[in-house]
Design a protein around this ligand. Structure first.
Ligand code: HMG
Ligand code: MG
Length: 307
């Protein structure tokens, strides 16, 4: 059973500029991305995923990641990270001056093929030079595992499959594994079952959770994760997000909604909600769609009432 000793502090990994913008129909100009990332940092977010060094043919929205990094502050309390699927991506990441990198594997073979064009075992082989270079350049490597509760091609995924890949990534040198519910199908019961298996072998201090909010389960799932001792949560400003290789999957849980919930529970994040809503409003003004964050909508409605 989960214990109810909730953490006093949660570290938020803001993934909107990567997971969010990789999935938008339009590619935003570098300046808009950089202004967005700076606004996120001003809101108090200290772990920001700023882009990915993947094939520009596969994800054109991220093709300008080197340019984005060239315009980010070099001396900042904020760690700016990027996805690196292979040696080529890692070399570009190092040249761009990233603060941290992340490799991304899957617990589903089919998703691995669709997302990174190789099997799970081959993906681990492709990550090996990433770890070697990371060591040489003193960079920490985060590991993602996708489809931890469901796969768009295979359906339900067994917790044991998630555990195997997570352990492999930790053994290779990841300092933290982010468990991704890529298609947002998991419920709190699934989250409990998954963590009951994972936590038998991996301590909660090495885990983060990454929920897409397709079925509106993300906040409830986060609460279950916190009850299991996990205190790192991935989220995206305004609820940006999705995966180009997981059709029908919606945005990440909105950072505003996570911060509002945690504030109400007396759990600190260091994030200023008002400044964050301003940052999200700024980016959504460049996208032709409204944010999905309920907290953001409530904040903006309240502001309009006061005007
Ligand atoms: P591939 O075609 O198997 O790679 O792609 P390859 O090694 O055969 O190379 C083919 C071409 O790609 C070559 O170019 C390479 O140079 C180039 P060509 O000679 O044909 O002109 N290439 C690269 N170019 C730039 N950067 C690179 C790179 N690597 C090869 N790093 C690859 C393999 C992984 C590159 C490809 O499948 C890819 O880019 N996939 C995109 C994956 C992606 O970004 N998915 C979304 C992020 S994951 C996600 O959203 C899930 C997550 O949020 C967690 C969750 O929600 O579950 C993290
Ligand atoms: Mg994701």
């Amino acid at each position: 059973m989960p214990n109810n000793n909730l953490p006093g502090k949660v570290s938020i990994v803001e993934v909107g500029a990567r997971d969010g913008l990789q999935n938008e129909a339009i590619t935003l100009p570098v300046k808009v991305k950089v202004d967005f990332i700076n606004a996120l940092s001003q809101a108090g977010l200290t772990r920001i995923e700023a882009g990915s060094f993947v094939s520009p043919r596969w994800v054109p929205q991220m093709a300008d990641t080197s340019e984005v990094f060239a315009h980010l502050p070099t001396h900042s309390e904020c760690v700016y990270s990027a996805l690196t699927p292979n040696e080529k991506g890692m070399q570009s990441a190092i040249a761009a001056g990233v603060g941290e990198v992340a490799v991304f594997a899957a617990a589903s073979e089919s998703f691995s093929h669709k997302n990174i064009n190789c099997s799970i075992a081959d993906s681990l082989e492709r990550f090996a030079p990433v770890f070697t270079l990371a060591k040489q350049h003193n960079l920490r490597v985060r590991g993602y595992v996708s489809c931890v509760m469901g796969c768009p091609y295979e359906g339900a995924i067994k917790p044991d499959a998630v555990l195997r890949v997570s352990q492999a990534l930790l053994n290779m040198g990841c300092y933290e594994i982010s468990l991704g519910d890529t298609i947002g199908t998991g419920t709190p019961g699934d989250t409990h079952n998954l963590l009951a298996t994972i936590l038998k072998d991996i301590p909660p201090t090495k885990l983060a959770v990454h929920f897409h909010d397709t079925y509106g389960q993300a906040l409830a799932n986060i609460l279950v994760a916190l009850q299991h001792g996990i205190s790192v949560v991935d989220s995206a400003a305004g609820g940006l997000g999705g995966c180009p290789y997981a059709a029908g999957s919606s945005g990440n849980v909105a950072t505003e909604d996570v911060v509002y919930m945690l504030n109400g529970m007396g759990i600190s994040t260091g994030v200023n909600l008002t400044t964050l809503v301003a940052a999200s409003s700024q980016i959504f003004s460049h996208l032709n769609r409204p944010p999905t964050s309920r907290t953001m909508a409530a904040f903006l409605a309240k502001c309009n009432r006061l005007l």
